[in-house]
Ligand binder design. Sequence first.
Ligand code: SAH
Length: 564
Amino acid sequence: MTRRAPAIVVLGKGSLDTARKIQRFYPDALIHGLAGRVEEVDRSYQEFGTTLRQLYQQDTPIIALCAAGIVIRSLASVLLEKGAEPPVLAVAEDGSAVVPLLGGLGGVNVMAREIAAGLGVAAAITTSGELRFGTCLLNPPSGYALADLELGKRFVSDLLAGESVRIEGAAPWLDEARLPQSDAAQLTIHVGCGEREAAANELLIHPRCVLVAVSAVVPELAAAVRAALHQAKIAEASLACLLANEEEMADAALHAAAAELGVPLRFAAGASTSDLAARALPQLLAPQAIGDGLALAVAAEPIDPASIGRARGRVAVIGLGPGAAELMAPAVKAELARANDVLGYETYVRMAGPFREDQVLHCTDNREELLRARHAFELAAQGRSVIVVSSGDPGVFAMAAAVLEALEASDDPAWHRVELEMLPGISASLATAAQAGAPLGHDFCVISLSDNLKPWSIIEKRLDLAAQADLAMAFYNPISRSRPWQLGQALDIVRRHRDPATPVVLGRDIARPGQSLKVVSLGELVPEMVDMRTMVLVGSSTTRTFARADGGEWVYTPRWYPQD
Ligand code: SAH
């Protein structure tokens, strides 16, 4: 398992220097700073406790630059929950102390040592086994799995009680451990991929050195893989990954089996599963074919799944919301963290950042939507994880439809096999409405006034009918330099059906720096009040306003309708 990039959490400016030093050892890590107190950070948060709990529950390692007590109190309520236990460390603001707090099995002591070494101090390690042997036996490096944690704990306490130990098999990471080794020892550490019960006095560790090439045609695939491993007398924990033919990349049964077995699923070209396995690990003796759809290959050392074939590529079309980071869905934030490539109009890509050095940004002009969509599939077909960025919601006058249009027009099977997902965002009309009150509180419609991609006559017809139907209306793309007259005409049409006193909300750059919100009447509204960064919400016949205590005005459309 690769560890997630840690989050470095700071409360004030005083700890930024130390945070930056730590970021140098973990280039993937983002610095999270308290909004209003520290600005020069990668992510801003509003509330320390909530942020810490969220990171913890997402299994993100936490390096908090503050008192250990604050961290402990903030996480107390989530500690008893089963589930993630990422490493959590408190580091003194000035970098003079590094205290591993939680996540012993997740490698917190290793991190504490790394950070402490980088800062030139000693880590406050308190784990007895670590202190004595310089390593945590219960936390083998990636590529190895401990067979049984509870048995392991007893083993370590026997070892601490003064027993000596013998190592069977290859455990290169223990070379530097200060273990009391002796050939005559009662206790053994056994490293191997064979299926066996841990003997008494034995710490059993399985190297993940087995690959199973599979085909989606095998019924009950996960169970079949388990049976194949059992038949070959191989421990299930030694399974490093599944490998399948790239033509079966989109097959749900394959993905379900990999998820059930808890291993990555990789893809390559091959005539049969034996062929796949043989090509993936060419240094092997002939792989064992088991039945029709399975072939098993065992390597001498742990297999890094990233080196086998490639992953299924992914395209996520995301909505950033109107602007402010708090209005972005957590699923979108998580997607931004996992992406290899980010495509979009430069302004939005910048809004979605900051990005890590390993993430590739492809900024393009706003009008090249189809080119951008095709580029996304080209990258994803190589196994990359690609994000296409929209502002607001990707399905509202934005990239989601362009991406589907490009896909439908393509006859490249590799494009169709890519995993495609749209992640929603808060659209500008909804963000604007929320600030004004509830102008869209009853039936409403959204209309783009841009006639770039549809004839003006259609827009006129829709405006006329929507106004007649007494729908409240949200106008996207209301005006631009190349479309100067359309808004005026649109308002003329609406005015045929609606009273001049009808409230209109104008939201400009909502949830962005310099935002403004105005309420005018339909009679007062002139196109000069509006630009391309404005959302225009036109009320229905029932939309009303009243004074708010802070001097502004609430606008809302009641849920009911006057009865005739
Ligand atoms: N997908 C976007 C809309 C893209 S169309 C969404 O769901 O919000 C672009 C239009 O959206 C702009 O011309 C403007 O009318 C509106 N818009 C986008 N962001 C806005 C914001 N932050 N404030 C006000 N209007 C905005």
